[in-house]
Design a binder for this molecule. Structure first.
Ligand code: ATP
Ligand code: MG
Length: 156
């Protein structure tokens, strides 16, 4: 069903800002001529919360997290980028496996399920999840959806 992704994202940003570290700021920006999307709002919200929770957890104080949503003619793109610990390249191929945790998490707690859920939920909406990460620099996750061809010519 249709909902306002900008409104949802602003609400998520406000909620997640409450659990950030000292001077860690979530910066939300959006582009697109419209702000409504045809997706499952609960699944998408769960995905975004998981990515932002990771960005908070795996980056330090005095950093910022960039959260973006973009609506184009044929796609919806959601990105969450942090300036945190990054993911060792040897670990990257295992990242979506249930219970997998990278080797640089040290004493940071977690069960290794969040990303597995993000991937499955995105898949249920025919979306895909990608990431780019550099150790000790940061990580950017992208969830992208190709708009349904049948409804493409209208206004979604
Ligand atoms: P939880 O189930 O509570 O989410 P988790 O955060 O360990 O636990 P995932 O969210 O599935 O599990 O992430 C899997 C692993 O990927 C993490 O343990 C961490 O090693 C790595 N990871 C995920 N997001 C980031 C990030 N933004 N920066 C650095 N490493 C990350
Ligand atoms: Mg997690």
């Amino acid at each position: 069903t249709r909902f306002d992704i900008v409104k949802l994202s602003e609400e998520i940003t406000e909620e997640m800002q409450l659990i950030t570290k000292q001077n860690q700021n979530i910066i939300y920006e959006h582009t697109g001529l419209t702000s409504t999307v045809s997706l499952d709002q609960n699944l998408l919200k769960n995905c975004i919360i998981n990515l932002i929770a990771n960005a908070i957890k795996y980056s330090g104080e005095n950093t910022f997290i960039e959260f973006n949503t973009e609506i184009t003619n044929d796609k919806y793109i959601i990105t969450v980028k942090d300036n945190g610990i990054g993911i060792p390249s040897a670990d990257q191929k295992h990242l979506f496996q249930a219970f997998f945790r990278a080797h640089n998490t040290g004493s940071i707690p977690g069960t290794g399920l969040g990303l597995n859920i993000v991937k499955r939920y995105a898949g249920l909406m025919n979306g895909k999840v990608d990431f780019e990460s550099t150790i000790n620099k940061g990580t950017k996750f992208t969830i992208s959806f190709v708009k349904d061809e049948k409804t493409n010519h209208s206004n979604n």
